[in-house]
Design a protein around this ligand. Structure first.
Ligand code: IMP
Ligand code: MG
Length: 183
């Protein structure tokens, strides 16, 4: 375990099994169709990579990067930093996210992508923290449901770090108080 963590919540093996399970469901649901997977950078990267390797239908990949002016409390004001490269009109679109917390980012994504008239639009999130939700959003595929804890690893960061850990863990108090960065 990384020295800055107090515990591992979801092990590498549990992640692998959970992601394969999601990929199996997605492969069955989209059988005979072509899937457009839209990853939300940067948190989606490790999850999306493992997920699509296990999806058996024809799949296109595209990405968006969003920033939310959150500060101390999330306002739900979201800005697009990087937009999709391709049109999604008439496509079966699956948004892939690392975690849905307040749901405000995903609400914005759904509203925005709907205006581009996809054939279908669904959400796949690795992690869900339902107790933190501020807006009701439809999530079709959820990997793991968590209680209200701040987690890192497998794409999720704290101050830009820990995304590369192959498991999901909880930071220890000293690390959070010390505000460690790479610089
Ligand atoms: P939402 O708009 O509140 O649902 O926020 C979603 C975004 O907040 C996620 O895409 C993450 O980038 C970030 N986030 C929320 N909870 C966590 C966490 O526990 N660890 C790391 N990032 C988180
Ligand atoms: Mg994110």
């Amino acid at each position: 375990m990384h020295k800055d963590l107090q515990e591992i919540l979801i092990s590498r093996e549990e992640l692998e099994a959970g992601v394969k399970n999601l990929a199996g469901r997605i492969s069955r649901d989209y059988e005979g169709r072509c899937l457009t997977v839209v990853g939300v950078l940067k948190g989606c990267v490790l999850f999306m990579s493992d997920l699509v390797k296990n999806v058996s239908v024809d799949t296109r990949l595209d990405f968006m990067m969003l920033s939310s002016y959150s500060g101390a409390h999330s306002t739900g004001v979201v800005r697009i930093l990087l937009d999709l490269k391709e049109s999604i009109e008439d496509c079966d679109v699956l948004i892939v996210e690392d975690i849905v917390d307040s749901g405000l980012t995903m609400e914005y994504m759904l509203q925005n992508l709907k205006t581009r008239r996809p054939r279908s639009l669904e959400v796949c999130t690795l992690l869900d923290k339902p107790s933190r939700r501020k807006t009701d959003i439809p999530i079709k595929y959820t990997g793991f449901t968590l209680e209200d804890k701040f987690v890192v690893g497998y794409g999720l960061d704290y101050n830009g770090l820990y995304r590369n850990l192959p498991y999901i863990g909880v930071l220890n108090k000293e690390t959070i108080e010390g505000k460690k960065t790479c610089l």
